[in-house]
Design a binder for this molecule. Structure first.
Ligand code: ZN
Length: 116
């Protein structure tokens, strides 16, 4: 019997750990300009993104304000190194929520290795 192929095997929803991270991100100031007017959860490379065969789409998320997100999404402006920004946020998240709450070491390395 043939198994039905999904269009994208990484097109899954965020798991509990990723959702918890997204919830925390929403309460942070803008990761680029520091605005406290509210942020969105930006999937840096999209929800289905994988690097080195590690699915990091839902983990590799940042918290830009609407203005900074518009600069990136509409105007294609590069606001900084997203991998480094992620490491910074993940570190703050670990301190705030608990060291085991952050990215798994596999995810962490995949994002670090992506490096941009
Ligand atoms: Zn901003």
């Amino acid at each position: 019997m043939q198994r039905k192929k999904s269009n994208n095997r990484n097109g899954r929803l965020a798991n509990a750990s990723e959702k918890k991270f997204h919830g925390w991100l929403k309460e942070q100031p803008c990761c680029w300009c520091g605005s406290e007017a509210g942020v969105i959860v930006d999937h840096a490379k999209g929800a289905t993104f994988s690097h080195n065969k590690v699915h990091i789409g839902h983990r590799f998320c940042l918290c830009p304000c609407v203005e900074c997100d518009t600069q990136k999404t509409i105007h294609g402006r590069r606001l900084g190194n997203e991998s480094e920004k992620f490491a910074e946020l993940d570190n703050q998240y670990r301190i705030a929520v608990g060291y085991s709450a952050g990215a798994s070491s596999e995810e962490w390395w995949a994002i670090k290795e992506w490096g941009k």
